[in-house]
Write a protein that binds this ligand. Sequence first.
Ligand SMILES: Cc1cc2nc3c(=O)[nH]c(=O)nc-3n(C[C@H](O)[C@H](O)[C@H](O)COP(=O)(O)OP(=O)(O)OC[C@H]3O[C@@H](n4cnc5c(N)ncnc54)[C@H](O)[C@@H]3O)c2cc1C
Length: 408
Amino acid sequence: MRIVIVGAGVAGCVMARRLARLGDVEVVCLERVSRDDHSEAGTGLNVGPNAVKALNAIDPELAARITEASYIWRNWRISLTDGTVLFDLPLANVADGPGWRIRWSELYRVLREAAGDCVSYGCEITEISRDAGDPTKTSISWGRDGNAHRLDGIDLLIAADGRYSRIRRAISGEPAVRQTGVAIFRLLVPDTSNGLIDDYEQWFNGPNRLLSFRVPPGHIYIAGTFPIAPDELIAECSKTPDALRAAYTPRSAPPSAQARWLIDTIGANATETHWARMQEHELLYRAAGCNVLYLGDAAHGMVPTLGQGATQALEDAANAAMLITQRYRSGSRNVESWLADVETLRKDRMRFVMEFSLDATDTMLEGADPVKGTAHKNEVSFQNRLKALYRDVGLPLDGNVELRRHAQ
Ligand SMILES: Cc1cc2nc3c(=O)[nH]c(=O)nc-3n(C[C@H](O)[C@H](O)[C@H](O)COP(=O)(O)OP(=O)(O)OC[C@H]3O[C@@H](n4cnc5c(N)ncnc54)[C@H](O)[C@@H]3O)c2cc1C
């Protein structure tokens, strides 16, 4: 049996490492960048307790290696930029364990080391198609070091090639995108906060929101958002140091010490900020009539409000790797049925995560009242949804696919 994984990012590395243990299966993972190129990953990630739980269940050694490269995420606090605290939640109240705070480049380093030799780096995919002899299988061509390569008769192609998945576009077409109406910038800076910034926190000034936490070694991650018209690009004039200061400086009270440090740091590093618009894209786990599995950002795009992008890439990979391993070891070679089971296992869960992430963005939209909106986050209904998010990771531990429906 031949399995090809495209992308050695978050989901791809976990899949490659696990599936390489299947024994007599040929597992090839093709990655575009060179092994140590983490240039697209210059930011910090908060990875949810659900990913830690899922990864621990299938690969505790890998989870331990990530823990070593992380700080523990234990608490979530929301304040106004004048220092008024609105929400202060120990994750232990809603999760079975903590999350991680890690540099994205460190996460890639740990995962790529753990994935080992089945990853080929520096591969430029030139063609992806259904196999000429058997349309349920696929063929892929790529170039590496000036040489052309091709594999035909691929029994399972796993697209773990991220947000702009070339595999998904080639096999299943362009996913529909929905803009949310929120601009977001990100920044990673050396920690000069003298202890002001540590665990995961957010600060509101009207609907404009800052988010920050400390990551090893010695850095602070900052993200800022503000509302924009959903169908408009982010105006250049809103990216200047003065505009950013104005967006987060409270009008009727001085900023708290934390907010002051954040506002000064953003102002001083405005040229280093990376900008995006919050958006979602259509959910799809498998191709029609062809053995292609989409995982992570290739399968779904969600707004980043609950920090579930990399988190769900890990949860996807943990579930898919466990399910495929179980099916393979029990003698099943029916790849189509594996993919149907992965989809059954993940689809409702992911709909819930995407919907919840969007609902939690309510305080960041034009005209939002963060005080009222955050008060709602202290209510039982919101905290029950958080419990479902952080605890209900859906692993097929008993070998049967169980459909989990999530109460709102
Ligand atoms: C600035 C920023 C901050 C974020 N913060 C958070 C956060 O705090 N918490 C969180 O959970 N998520 C966060 N996310 C989202 C998270 O990073 C992604 O959801 C996650 O990396 C998706 O994992 P993946 O495995 O699907 O894809 P990726 O990790 O993007 O990996 C895709 C891999 O495929 C490779 N690739 C792409 N195209 C090809 C090709 N044609 N051929 C070969 N290889 C290819 C890429 O080089 C890459 O290695 C953030 C994202 C951004 C941009």
